[in-house]
Design a protein around this ligand. Structure first.
Ligand SMILES: [Zn+2]
Ligand SMILES: [Zn+2]
Length: 105
């Protein structure tokens, strides 16, 4: 989360606008990425993540958000049996899920 993405460089100051100094390479103070997300949702989508999903053309009547995310290679489906759970590709959550959720199947 703290590496430069899309050519955006960290400046040493929190990107949420709070003015706090952050460690080298970080964009946000602890937890402030969530605040920034909340601010944007508030400004653009009335504070509703459902409205955000729909605004981007996903959800009921639109594209399937998870299927598209999976197609872009951002998430990986568990794939054990018919398990529909998906997680960030190569993540610890995915490994943990596979190791624990299907025990004894
Ligand atoms: Zn902040
Ligand atoms: Zn699973």
């Amino acid at each position: 989360m703290s590496r430069a993405k899309g050519g955006i460089q960290p400046t040493g100051e929190c990107f949420c606008g709070c003015g706090r100094q952050v460690e080298a390479g970080a964009f946000f103070a602890q937890g402030h990425d969530k605040k920034a997300t909340m601010y944007l949702d508030g400004i653009f989508h009335g504070g509703s993540i459902a409205a955000r999903v729909v605004a981007h053309g996903y959800g009921p009547g639109g594209r399937n958000l998870r299927d598209h995310t999976e197609k872009l290679g951002l998430i990986e489906r568990c794939g054990i049996g018919d398990c529909p759970e998906s997680f960030t590709v190569g993540s610890r959550e995915l490994r943990q899920h596979r190791a624990t959720a299907h025990r004894g199947e």
